[in-house]
Write a protein that binds this ligand. Structure first.
Ligand SMILES: Nc1nc2c(ncn2[C@@H]2O[C@H](COP(=O)(O)OP(=O)(O)OP(=O)(O)O)[C@@H](O)[C@H]2O)c(=O)[nH]1
Ligand SMILES: [Mg+2]
Length: 297
């Protein structure tokens, strides 16, 4: 029996846990079964108590104390430990029927997505036919406020693309916290960021402001500590153009918009997830509950 799930990824603070919570609330309101898996050993408070929590397998605090590691090293250790104890996942997920949407909340450390091959191994394990056989959709969140800084937006898009290439499962990219842009940026302008392309660098507000202020077009110093010098000027622009060009050439990334505070927005993202994993095709027709029958009448 196949299982159905979504793995929610993205940089720190992108809104992953909030999205997981809104998604679970929405599933519950629509009488769908959700199973919430928290894989962030540093997460402390939850809107919905996790059905499975990595903290029950390993404690980040203990790891940091005993192995004398910092939070990032500790997290990597926790994931390596998880990979050696995958039975822990199998035991809990094995009995879930295809009715469930398994929602997996990931930590925000970017190392996990780019530097080490743990995530591809985890995804391979979850999706392996004959074992858990999960139809899994990867959802990569990027904070929409990044669009005011083109360099940040393209760097974030590059990390989304890197996760996409690495994971080889259906993938959606999401600009989160769209409500924060309301009244700040016109809808027409926001549309330009849905599919990234190099023309977005032509009117980079940061660069326009620099030019207006008569600031250097070349870094004054090569000292990486001199952030302002390194993060501006013609060389920095060339770097951004190269990154934006790479993203455009691959033409793999486009974004969906999410406002986790809006039920309609969460519902629309859920439809994409359902389509990606063909959730509805697998469902048995179910009988309507009494109140649903009345609502239909
Ligand atoms: N306005 C607004 N704020 C949001 C939204 N989603 C998340 N936030 C806020 O953004 C902050 C970070 O949200 P989290 O859901 O904890 O982000 P995360 O990606 O899980 O963070 P880490 O697990 O630490 O990587 C919190 O203060 C949330 O309340 C949204 O759609 N709109
Ligand atoms: Mg979180």
């Amino acid at each position: 029996m196949s299982k159905y799930g979504v793995i929610v990824m993205g940089p720190a603070g992108a809104g992953k846990s909030t999205f997981c919570a809104s998604l679970i609330t929405h599933l519950q309101l629509n009488r769908r079964s959700a199973f919430y898996v928290n894989l962030d050993p540093a997460a402390e408070s939850f809107e919905h108590a996790p059905d499975l929590d990595i903290k029950d397998l390993i404690s980040l605090e203990d790891v940091m104390d005993e192995m004398q590691l910092g939070p990032n090293g500790g997290l990597i250790y926790c994931f390596e430990f998880l990979m050696e104890n995958l039975d822990w996942l199998t035991e809990s997920l094995d009995s879930l029927t295809e009715e469930y949407l398994i929602v997996i909340d990931m930590p925000g450390q970017i190392e996990l997505y780019t530097h080490i091959p743990i995530l591809p191994r985890l995804v391979k394990f979850l999706t392996q036919p004959g074992a858990l056989d999960m139809r899994l959709c990867a959802a990569y969140l990027l904070e929409s406020t990044f669009i005011v800084d083109r360099a940040k937006y393209f760097a974030g898009t590059l990390s989304a693309m890197s996760a996409m290439i690495m994971l080889e499962v259906p993938h959606i990219n999401i600009l989160s916290k769209m409500d924060l842009l309301k009244g700040q940026i016109k809808n027409k302008e926001i549309k330009r960021f849905i599919t990234p392309d190099t023309t977005l660098l032509e009117d980079d507000p940061a660069e326009v402001a620099q030019r207006k202020a008569g600031l250097a077009v070349e870094p004054k110093s090569n000292d990486p500590k001199d952030k302002e010098a390194v993060m501006s000027g013609a060389s920095f622009r060339k770097l951004n153009e190269a990154v934006a060009g790479l993203i455009e050439n691959f033409s793999m990334v486009s974004f969906l918009k999410l406002d986790s505070t809006s039920e309609d927005s969460v519902s629309s993202i859920l439809s994409y997830i359902d389509d990606c994993i063909q959730y509805h095709e697998a469902q048995e027709p179910r009988e309507l509950a009494d109140d649903e029958v009345h609502a239909e009448e």
